[in-house]
Design a protein around this ligand. Structure first.
Ligand SMILES: [Zn+2]
Length: 482
């Protein structure tokens, strides 16, 4: 009969096995007895009962007949008893791909395992699975967390008073009153918190800094010659300590902490107390420029631009927007409270979206001189904006950093006399996303571009409390340095 060579594929061999064992024991029969009756070895039946072998249909039919049940009964998904259901669930959990990573031994699921212990183990596996689901940052989870964070920043006008105060107190404690935050001042700030900054050449590649809270050291990368200094990284690491961050509970928490330490570092590099009078003065002179903040506080254009957005609405009553995009036009970071419409995905996230090619942030890449900031007026469906943009070359690629204000606020900004103008009709596809009809027709069906994958934006967030950090590498590193 052909049926004897057909291997059935039941939905769950564990459930079939448990059901068989339940029936055999209920009939007070031994493995040898039942195996002999259907013409297989006792060890083969044991494998089937343990769910480690799928019975062939012929064997299944014979077993059912011998145990006085129908083959369909054996395949039923419902467990014959509560105890069996628990056994099946524990077996399943212990055979899951994720089980070995837990580093705990598997428990033998047999009659000698007390039901109480079985209940407890199953309960633990259930809550572990729930916690892992909670923590697993899928791309969608990450996008939602990003969107929620941007909303929080928007509602606060990107100004966080408690972080400003924490930064100010720390500066006051080391007696810093004016002037740029030099490396020496950074060392003093660390010392004030009881920490030493150690620059190393072997910092784990998956980290930006590593803090050893036992020996009270912050390990930082050795600044490369000609590259921007490591002050920001050091101050961000100190930010975790000052802001009393706990181990992040989930990805959203991790993102919030990142924003807060970034803010904290910027608030130390460009102190509110020093920057606000300068900005107010510039506003009175109708001469506000990001470059001035950059030069006066010896920071990067990005830090100056970002810091401007913290203070502009709160202290100058200026609504603003900020963005950092790649040379391909893809958003890495953006913020607005001036009504500019960033492109969004259906979850409301903007990271990874491409901005209009007529925006200042993209037009700046077309300029012959990329060393100077570029200003432009852009008419958009939500109004006219004036923006200033600068190109930032990094080891990770070329980016543009832009700050913009609505037309009615441009009177305060240096560079408003620019005659550069552009019109953006995005999200209307006819603006810049849909190719011109003539070109589209000419090339229809004749082109096959191979896409570059934005793996950092699309992949699920790496697992772990600190996403993407290689724990083994970090602990080995700490051990070597302690
Ligand atoms: Zn466009």
């Amino acid at each position: 009969m052909s049926a004897s060579v057909t291997t059935i594929t039941p939905a769950d061999p564990i459930a079939v096995g448990r059901r068989l064992r339940h029936l055999r024991r209920a009939a007070h029969r031994t493995l040898d007895d039942v195996a002999g009756a259907v013409g297989i070895s006792a060890s083969a039946l044991s494998l089937i009962e343990n769910g480690r072998r799928e019975p062939k249909l012929g064997v299944l039919t014979a077993l059912a007949a011998d145990l006085g049940t129908a083959p369909g009964e054996l395949l039923s998904p419902a467990a014959p008893s509560r105890r069996t259901a628990l056994e099946i669930e524990l077996e399943r959990a212990q055979r899951a791909d994720s089980f070995p990573a837990l580093g705990v031994p598997a428990v033998r699921v047999g009659p000698r395992l007390p039901t109480e212990a079985l209940e407890a183990l199953v309960g633990l596996h259930r809550s572990l699975a729930a916690a892992q689901t909670e923590r697993a940052a899928t791309p969608e989870h990450a996008r939602r967390a990003n969107a929620a964070l941007r909303e929080r920043m928007r509602l606060a006008d990107n100004y966080f008073g408690d972080i400003e105060r924490a930064a100010e107190q720390l500066l006051a404690a080391v007696g810093h009153s004016a002037g740029p935050i030099t490396r020496t001042v950074v060392d003093k700030l660390a010392a004030q918190l009881g920490y030493t900054l150690v620059h190393v050449t072997d910092l784990p590649a998956s980290t930006r800094s590593v803090t050893d809270t036992v020996h009270r050291r912050v390990y930082l990368p050795q600044p490369e010659a000609g590259q921007s200094d490591s002050r920001s990284l050091a101050l961000q690491a100190l930010g975790h300590l000052v802001l009393q961050h706990q181990v992040p509970a989930d990805y959203a928490d991790f993102l919030n902490q990142r924003v807060e330490i970034n803010y904290f570092a910027a608030a130390l590099l460009i102190p509110e107390r020093a920057a606000v009078p300068l900005l107010r003065n510039a506003q009175a002179e109708k001469d506000i420029a990001i470059e001035d903040l950059r030069d006066l506080f010896a920071v990067s254009y990005e830090t100056a631009a970002h810091r401007f957005t913290n203070l502009a609405t709160r202290h100058l009553e200026l609504p603003v927007h900020f963005m950092r995009i790649s040379s391909a036009g893809v958003i890495y970071k953006a913020y607005e409270n001036d009504g500019v419409h960033f492109p969004t995905d259906p979850t409301g996230a903007i990271e990874g979206q491409r901005v209009c090619r007529f925006w200042t942030a993209r037009q700046v890449f077309e300029r012959p001189d990329r060393s100077a900031a570029y200003q432009q007026y852009t008419d958009t469906p939500s109004g006219t904006y004036w923006c200033t943009s600068a190109v930032d070359r990094t080891p990770a690629g070329t980016f543009s950093v832009s700050v913009g204000v609505p037309y009615r606020q441009v009177k305060w900004m240096r560079g408003r006399e620019t005659t550069e103008r552009s019109v953006s009709r995005c999200p209307d596809p006819a603006c810049c996303t849909r190719p011109p009809a003539e070109l589209a027709q000419r090339w229809e069906g004749k082109v096959w571009p191979s896409a570059r994958v934005h793996s950092h934006l699309l992949a699920a967030m790496p697992p772990g409390v600190f996403p993407g950090v290689d724990d083994t590498e970090v602990l080995t590193f700490l051990q070597q340095h302690s």
